[in-house]
Write a protein that binds this ligand. Structure first.
Ligand code: CO
Length: 257
């Protein structure tokens, strides 16, 4: 069932989403060569709890930590580890879901550690562009397939591929609500977007082929099959009558707010 949110509920999700934007920026500031992904996770979890929120990934279907931290060929769902040291040139995706006052937001950002290659920079740029191009379609009267098609087109036109196994989703009362929001699709198909629907749009984009494999050891870590890098950006957005109302924000990361 697709649940719509009232204006009051959207304002409460916006509060949650704003804190999440600050959280990603806070953790992002600590990315440097030699830090472990578990260290970043601890900083982030403390920040979330200090601000009165709950990290929802921790304990979700057995996921062990507050953040998914996915480096280079790990597309999503990387598990933070005390044995994983970030190095110069890595791409580091931080993905987090929080609940504040009962309302849930979900966002991800792919950072770089220090100087990185032009190829990596272009992957991150195109993936973020694809997110915003998808968000442009988040308007009442459009359909879920319009979002996926827009994301897919932009990525493929730039020589990249989009992951099929994982999707965006409804969000706000819980981490995962209906509908699914794939990063591929056919315009004019899929569930109708109505005012008050809140979804997470989250392109997962590969430099090489779209095929991914899930770790047989931990059941979570999702890597590209060809070992090439991938990137992931995600916003929580409310469908508006005239366009997207983007609730999470990268402002604290990009504009040093
Ligand atoms: Co999500």
């Amino acid at each position: 069932m697709i649940l719509l949110k009232t204006n009051e509920e959207i304002e409460l999700i916006r509060d949650s989403a704003r804190l999440l934007g600050k959280t990603l920026a806070e953790v992002g500031r600590h990315i440097q060569p030699g830090v472990t992904t578990a260290y970043l996770d601890r900083i982030g979890e403390q920040f979330i709890r200090d601000n009165g929120a709950i990290p929802l990934c921790k304990g979700y279907e057995g996921f062990p930590s507050a953040f998914c931290i996915s480096v280079n060929d790990v597309v999503v769902h990387g598990i933070p580890s005390d044995n994983f040291f970030i190095k110069e040139g890595d791409n580091v995706s931080l993905d987090c879901v929080i609940e504040l006052n009962g309302y849930v937001s979900d966002s991800a950002y792919t950072f770089t550690c220090g100087e990185t290659s032009p190829e990596m920079q272009r992957l991150l740029k195109v993936t973020k562009e694809a997110l915003y191009i998808g968000l442009e379609k988040c308007k009442a009267g459009n359909r879920v397939g319009d979002i996926g098609h827009a994301v897919q087109q932009h990525c493929e036109k730039n020589g990249y591929s989009v992951v099929r196994e994982l999707c965006g989703h409804g969000v706000g009362f819980k981490m995962h609500e209906s509908p699914n929001v794939p990063n591929y699709g056919v315009p004019g198909t899929g569930p109708l977007l109505k005012e008050g629907l809140v979804i997470a749009v989250e392109p997962m984009v590969c430099m090489g082929s779209k095929n991914v494999v899930f770790s047989r050891e931990d059941g979570w870590t999702c890597r590209t099959k060809d070992g090439k890098p991938a990137a992931h950006f995600e916003h929580t957005v409310a469908i508006g009558a005239n366009g997207p109302d983007i609730l999470t924000t990268f402002d604290f990361i990009e504009n040093n707010k």
